[in-house]
Design a protein around this ligand. Structure first.
Ligand code: NAD
Length: 470
């Protein structure tokens, strides 16, 4: 049975949506969210939500995605807590006006950049990490002093319901509101005016979001996906490489925006890499991954059927076992894949890993560059010159060398896509900046007050100015 069928569809009466947005806007306009105290209080409240409601969220994630508790605590609950901890620690520094050294022509005076909150922000999140991807952006929005409207994904209904119950218990209900529902509710929300929209999900809906935002000239951050490649160089410890690729790929049953989508391996290493990947999968999930407590499920039947179709006519070397009733698809590795096959067209977003041989690094780079810019790019190499070459000659949201996924775990590194994989970034200070306006402030001295600058200009003043400026 599909999980979505277990819960009744949430009822956020569409007619109430404008009222709820109006309410949080009133709170923002009244200045409720601006003080450092309010921001700190909300971040602490969010941490309490995670501490006291964490178990509820972990169970909901299991109900929706079969998510192992370890992954739920680390990748969802823990990831938000780390963001909130950092924001609390750094808030004073982030909020401090930035002094600017002025150019000669505007001196004497004082220049500074003040971060001001944007207003009311809308956060729309997807189903694959439904806690992290809703609440991590919220950390930035709160730290920057905004009011927020949260829209979790309807495809993970248990987690959506848990969040809908927890958020108003902990966060200021005047300034933070959560709207459950699907396309109708999101469409109703998008008709409202926001001061920023932060959308995580797929590129098709991103276009809908951007079009709606354009009506109000609302800026957007789009955190999207793509086919993130893994390049494996020759002459490398394949056992370790396989472990790191398999972990990043099969985490959350491959439903991770930065999951390695496919592997390009030096042809001399293809066979041993396939063997090492098979060994890693067996060590992680045993002989029958279906019985493993460490392996998740596909979010719903539609996505399960989509993934099953992708495997038709492919040469499966590991896995391939599936059961649509249980939404189970084994960790699967495929070889001899045509670059034009459906598997290589769109983001796979499931536990299927095509491995393709290449003759050298140049061919791997050309293969990546012939496709849309991915969200993440992974390169495994012992040669610093090769690492540098990949970083220099390819474009992607981010690069992680000799590991997968880890680059997004560092709050010091802004996380985001480029081109079709997204626009804008967040995490740590980058989140605070995303939800702030950088306001330039110049305070001029009263003296001197050069008459030269004022009309009437006349020939002499013009000559002087020309001499001075050229
Ligand atoms: P999804 O179907 O849950 O959609 C995301 C949100 O969009 C939901 O809240 C949903 O209600 C809303 N939505 C769906 N259709 C809509 C419509 N027609 N109009 C308005 N709103 C609509 O999630 P998804 O898009 O399937 O998520 C998976 C994608 O997200 C993958 O491509 C993945 O790579 C990407 N992703 C990116 C990141 C990142 O940080 N860059 C993280 C996770 C997932």
């Amino acid at each position: 049975m599909s999980v979505a069928a277990v819960l009744p569809r949430p009822e956020t009466a569409l007619a109430l949506i404008p009222e709820r947005v109006k309410r949080v806007r009133a709170a923002f306009d009244a200045g409720r969210t601006r003080s450092a105290e309010w921001r700190r209080e909300q971040l602490r409240a969010l941490k309490r939500l995670l501490a006291e409601g964490g178990e509820t969220l972990v169970q909901a994630l299991h109900a929706d995605l079969g998510r192992p508790a370890f992954e739920a605590w680390t990748a969802d609950v823990g990831a938000v807590k780390a963001e909130a901890d950092l924001a609390l620690k750094q808030l004073d520094r982030w909020m401090r006006p930035e002094k600017v050294r002025l150019a000669m022509n505007v001196r004497p005076g004082r220049g500074r950049i003040v971060r001001e909150p944007l207003g009311v922000v809308l956060v729309i999140s997807p189903w694959n990490y439904p806690v992290q991807l809703l609440l991590s952006p919220l950390v930035g929005a709160l730290a920057a002093g905004n009011a927020a409207v949260l829209k979790p994904s309807e495809l993970t209904p248990h987690t959506s319901a848990a969040l809908a119950s927890l958020v108003p218990q902990y966060l200021d209900p005047e300034a933070v509101t959560l709207v459950e529902g699907g396309v109708d509710e999101t469409t109703a929300l998008l008709a409202e005016r926001f001061d920023h929209i932060f959308y995580t999900g797929n590129g098709h809906v991103a276009r809908v979001v951007m079009q709606a935002a354009a009506q109000h000239l609302t800026p957007v951050t789009l955190e999207l996906g793509g086919k993130s490649p893994c390049i494996v160089d020759a002459d490398i410890d394949l056992e370790r490489v396989a472990r790191r690729i398999a972990w990043g790929k099969f985490l959350n049953a491959g439903q991770t925006c930065v999951a390695p989508d496919y592997v390009l391996v030096h042809e001399s290493q293809e066979e041993p890499l396939l063997e090492a990947l098979a060994a890693a999968v067996k060590t992680f999930y045993g002989d029958d991954p279906r019985q493993s407590q460490s392996y998740g499920r596909i979010v719903n039947e539609r996505h399960h059927a989509r993934l099953a179709r992708l495997l038709e006519d492919e040469h499966i070397v590991i896995g391939g076992v599936q059961d649509s009733h249980d939404r189970y698809l084994a960790p699967t590795i495929v070889r001899d894949v045509s670059p034009d096959s459906p598997l290589m067209r769109d983001e796979i977003f499931g536990p299927i890993l095509p491995v393709l041989p290449v003759s050298d690094l140049g061919q791997a780079i050309a293969f990546v560059n012939a496709r849309e810019k991915p969200l993440a790019l992974y390169v495994f190499t012992r040669d610093p010159a090769h690492e540098e070459r990949v970083v220099e000659e390819t474009s992607s949201g981010g690069v992680c060398v000799n590991a997968t996924i880890w680059h997004l775990a560092s709050a010091e590194l802004p996380f985001g896509g480029v081109g079709p994989s997204g626009m804008g970034d967040y995490h740590g200070r980058a989140s605070f900046e995303t939800f702030s306006h950088r306001k330039s402030v110049l305070t001029k001295s009263w003296r001197p007050d050069l008459k030269l600058m004022y009309p009437p200009y006349g020939a002499l003043k013009t000559r002087l100015v020309k001499k001075f400026l050229t």
